[in-house]
Design a protein around this ligand. Structure first.
Ligand code: ADP
Ligand code: MG
Length: 333
């Protein structure tokens, strides 16, 4: 039903619930985005272990539990309010950002479209507290760290719920985001449970063997970097991380594509995991709410460096007859 615009209406400020629901449309298009935002918060809180549980493709339940620094009791209502963050305080902080979050809008957005409960025990407190949509604080029981329990996602925004595709596709988005997070945070242990079934359980991967096991479990045991004989009909098994951030960037993709194009049959896609570490000052991550895109200060320079590094690595792989124990290219720019 179309809403008729009343040209004579007076102007009023949107109340914060409506404003948050609108913001939620940008930040959390689908359940997978909720998982990304919450797990990134756990990583920002220096968690060593993160447990991710979903039920019914995230609509019935998304439960993220971490053992990070936790949230101070008095900050609980703030954590849930819009534009509230512990990560930046002035615009210049964005120039040297090392955290994933900084907009302070994820929790308020998610809370505005779900039944939301946050339980946390701060590192400096011996008591745990919980807060939910009503913003009342109660004593609770929890080890050091934080749990976010999201139920009935999008129950009050049926239009958004209708935009979700099939259960299979949503589960694929969830698995993709979980894979990307697990592949880019080897120093953290992860458990992933979907519909009561344990999909992954990884201890922190501090030595190369364990890193390789993690990669092989996620990408398949035949995954070898540089082995261009193994290629796929789509680009699902391509992972690029910039300062450990998941990125899907046209410039990076075209640099990588241009290297592989002679080595792989037309219409086929290689698999790779590429980590790029770059001075945060040379890149702007504040381009898009879901933060997959980035903007480089000198994109031509980045383009040519990536190409050069990749050519070297792939040549090395060729010379070693594709036998290379590490499946990771680490590029230090
Ligand atoms: P942002 O991550 O952009 O700061 P969020 O809305 O995601 O905004 O979170 C708001 C604040 O709540 C964070 O800045 C952080 O201080 C706190 N917070 C959220 N999740 C966690 C967590 N798992 N552990 C500790 N603190 C958290
Ligand atoms: Mg956040």
């Amino acid at each position: 039903m179309a809403i008729e615009v009343n040209n004579h209406a007076r102007i009023s400020k949107l109340d914060s619930i409506v404003a948050n629901q609108i913001a939620a449309g940008e930040v959390i298009e689908r359940p997978a985005n909720v998982i990304k935002e919450l797990v990134e918060n756990s990583l920002d809180a220096k968690a060593n272990n993160i447990r991710i549980e979903v039920k019914n493709y995230g609509i019935d339940l998304i439960h993220i539990k971490d053992d990070g620094v936790g949230i101070h009791k008095n900050d609980l209502p703030l954590a849930m309010s819009e534009h509230a963050t512990s990560k930046i305080s002035k615009i210049n902080d964005l120039n040297s950002l090392s955290s994933f979050g900084f907009r302070g809008e994820a929790l308020s957005s998610i809370a505005s479209v779900s039944n939301f409960k946050l339980i946390s025990k701060n590192i400096n407190s011996d008591k745990a507290y919980e807060i939910s949509n009503e913003l009342q604080i109660y004593a609770a029981s929890h080890n050091q760290g934080t749990s976010l329990i999201i139920e009935n996602l999008f129950y009050n925004t049926p239009a958004r719920k209708r935009f979700l595709t099939s259960e299979k596709t949503e589960n694929q988005h969830i698995l993709d985001i979980v894979n990307r997070i697990i592949l880019s945070n080897f120093s953290v242990g992860f458990t992933f449970i979907n519909n009561s079934k344990q999909i992954y359980r990884f201890n922190k991967a501090d030595i190369q063997d364990i890193k390789d096991q993690r990669i092989k479990k996620i990408l398949g045991s035949q995954f070898l970097i540089g082995n261009t004989d193994i290629n796929y009909s789509n680009s699902d098994k391509q992972y690029v991380f910039l300062n450990n951030r998941i990125v899907k960037d046209k410039l990076l993709s075209s640099a990588i594509k241009s290297i592989y194009q002679d080595k792989i049959p037309k219409g086929r896609y290689p698999s790779f995991v590429i980590f790029i570490d770059i001075d945060p000052k040379l890149v702007d991550v504040n381009v898009h709410p879901s933060k997959y895109e980035v903007r480089f200060q000198n994109s031509y320079y980045i383009y040519s460096i990536i190409r050069q590094k990749l050519i070297t690595v792939l040549d090395e792989c060729d010379q070693k007859d594709n036998i290379i124990s590490s499946s990771i290219i680490e590029n230090n720019l």
